[in-house]
Write a protein that binds this ligand. Structure first.
Ligand SMILES: *Cc1c(COP(=O)(O)O)cnc(C)c1O
Length: 459
């Protein structure tokens, strides 16, 4: 018999209780957190969809690996396992362990960046942009145009605009730090990038002699989309698809807190040995010796195992299809979404959900607050709070989209948790006209979404 039901391809061996709360308590918590979900205590959250980063449930095999971790300062067995695993996957020789993605970013972009340099990406993730700009360089996003229309269907909305890339590389000749392809495109809606696009980008980079890096946090999930949506790819395994993409690039940055199914970890992989040597020197200054880079032996052991599990076909199928299930249900209810549904998250288009709230009043943040107050669901705004800037006259220069991300932790929530979220959205839809926007009361200079304080506006 052919089953339609996609089941979680695992049994639960260990559980973590969720502390339940009432709406009244949550209203109080939200006020105390200045309407910023990053300032909430996780004990006051019921379903945590804030991020899929570092929130995965590890497998019994990974936990067994934790016990096997070799904590030697130099040349640990666990490092060898991790290095071999990453080498085999990426085909790159020089592997630098880091405590998470942004540490790898700071090292490579700090080294390649500086004033008058530019970096070009389909979309820079927020920490990527911050590290580049902190070095004095500029970060330019060139997603394909289709990627900016939330309702438009396109199989690879995460693609980079290759014509724009060619143009920019001519314009900025001699000043390009690197071209970065983010797979899947997290900030652009969790949308996949096709192999053809990666090949196009690689060819242009080669022609212009610039460095091509993959931000490969979700390359396994991206491989699922390639296998099922791109011509001539169904014959390859998910892992082979990822490997083929790695052959195109000169290097890769990975936050292992995503697809590698660990709570902490990351790496930088490079083909060029001189570049790797410069980066290793920086690694040793701030992260740790080259054979642990800020990770414990047990972390590296779990990471090596996670990188194998992520390509397991039943796991990946469940992962993508369960995200799709949530998206499909919300779509059927008329919730405006980023379409098609991406791999790790469902993105709600808050601009369309709350057309009466202008970008200056942060419609995405308003939805984030609603979801928390109504149901204890924690999500994150990816719109003008995260990416808005100010014009010279002090007015807000809004982000291109006002999204709210429901990021699904890997192997953590079951079908009934998802049903609870769907039920909450029915209520969100009913009260959409009554919702008010917010104003920022206090904000830091960069990455303001993490710590800003908000106030709700009166009607
Ligand atoms: C999470 C993420 C990063 C940064 O990694 P951290 O582990 O959070 O430091 C970089 N790029 C992308 C696409 C990400 O999703």
């Amino acid at each position: 018999m052919q089953h339609k039901t996609v089941i979680e391809p695992f049994r639960i061996k260990s559980v973590e209780p969720i502390s339940m709360s009432t709406e009244t308590v949550r209203s109080e918590c939200l006020k105390e957190a200045h309407y910023n979900p990053f300032l909430l205590r996780s004990d006051n959250v019921i379903i945590d969809f804030m991020t899929d980063s570092g929130t995965s449930a590890m497998s019994a095999r990974q936990w067994a690996g934790v016990m096997e971790g070799d904590e030697a300062y130099a040349g640990s067995r666990s490092w060898e396992r991790m290095e071999n695993e990453v080498r085999e996957l990426t085909g790159m020789r020089s592997i630098l362990p880091t405590h998470q993605g942004r540490a790898a970013e700071r090292i490579i972009y700090g080294h390649l960046g500086g004033k008058e340099k530019v970096f070009i990406s389909n979309t820079h993730f927020d920490t990527t942009r911050a590290n580049i700009e902190y070095s004095g360089a500029a970060a330019i996003d060139i997603p394909i145009k289709e990627g900016l229309y939330t309702a438009l269907q396109h199989p690879f909305k995460g693609n980079m605009d290759v014509a724009a890339l060619d143009q920019l590389l001519k314009e900025h000749k001699g000043h390009v730090g690197a071209v970065i392809l983010t797979v899947t495109n997290n900030s652009g809606g969790g949308q996949p990038v096709s192999m053809a696009n990666a090949e196009g980008v690689a060819a242009i980079c080669k022609r212009h002699g610039v460095l091509f890096l993959l931000d490969c946090c979700r390359i396994a999930e991206n491989s699922w989309f390639i296998k099922h949506r791109e011509e001539d790819m169904e014959g390859l395994s998910y892992r082979e698809i990822a490997q083929r993409m790695f052959t195109l690039a000169d290097g890769a940055v990975m936050s292992a807190k995503k697809d590698a199914l660990v709570n902490m970890g990351g790496f930088l992989a490079l083909k060029d040995e001189a570049l790797a040597e410069a980066c290793i020197n920086l690694l040793i200054i701030t992260e740790g010796f080259a054979t642990y880079g800020g990770l414990s032996g047990r972390d590296m052991e779990a990471l090596a195992i996670g990188l194998q599990e992520i390509f397991e076909p039943h796991y990946l199928d469940y992962r993508i299809k369960s995200t799709l299930f949530l998206g499909k249900k919300l779509h059927e209810m008329g919730v405006p979404l980023m379409l098609p549904i991406g791999g790790h998250a469902v993105y709600v288009d808050a601009k369309k959900l709350y057309p009466h709230i202008p970008p200056e009043q942060y419609p995405g943040q308003a939805l984030v607050c609603e979801l928390y107050e109504l149901a204890g669901i924690r999500t994150v705004e990816i719109g003008s709070v995260m990416f808005g800037t100010y014009n010279a006259d002090g007015s807000l220069k809004p982000a291109p989209m006002e999204l709210v991300r429901l990021a699904i932790p890997r192997r953590v929530y079951t079908q009934s948790h998802i049903e609870y979220v769907i039920e909450t959205f029915a209520e969100i839809m009913k009260r959409r006209e009554k919702v008010r926007g917010l104003r920022i009361e206090k904000e830091p200079r960069s990455l303001r979404h993490f710590t800003a304080h908000f106030e709700r506006l009166e009607r």
